[in-house]
Design a protein around this ligand. Sequence first.
Ligand SMILES: [Zn+2]
Ligand SMILES: [Zn+2]
Length: 146
Amino acid sequence: MTTGKCYCGAVTYEIEGDIDYIVHCHCRSCRRACGAAFYSAGFLRASQFSVTSGETQIREFTFPENPSGARCFCGTCGGRLYIRLPVPGLINVAINTLDQEPHEDVGVHINVESKAPWDEIPEGREQYTTIPPDMLTQLQALMHSD
Ligand SMILES: [Zn+2]
Ligand SMILES: [Zn+2]
């Protein structure tokens, strides 16, 4: 069982099973929303994810470009927790909030065309100027796997 929490610890969650698809998004929205060079997201089925404490602390910021998705964060510390995606049944969690962290960069760097001018992605990492062509297929496969 994988667990995680926000910065202040008011909101905790757990994940059943594995996170199979990790993305580092360098788009301008993720950079602004996170105040960081990129947002590292682990995609999973919403059914794998459950909030174990502090549910009432969670605030949502609806995507201005798509009202059926939202960035979800702790109302006390402001720590980003997860994104409720416009695709029903699928979410992504901020992998930096996990208690058990991946020890290496297993993610795909996306929207690299919008990355910060000073941000350098180490050589050999998988990267795409926008969205990888097979990303949707990968996510659909994830949603239908059990
Ligand atoms: Zn918090
Ligand atoms: Zn993004």
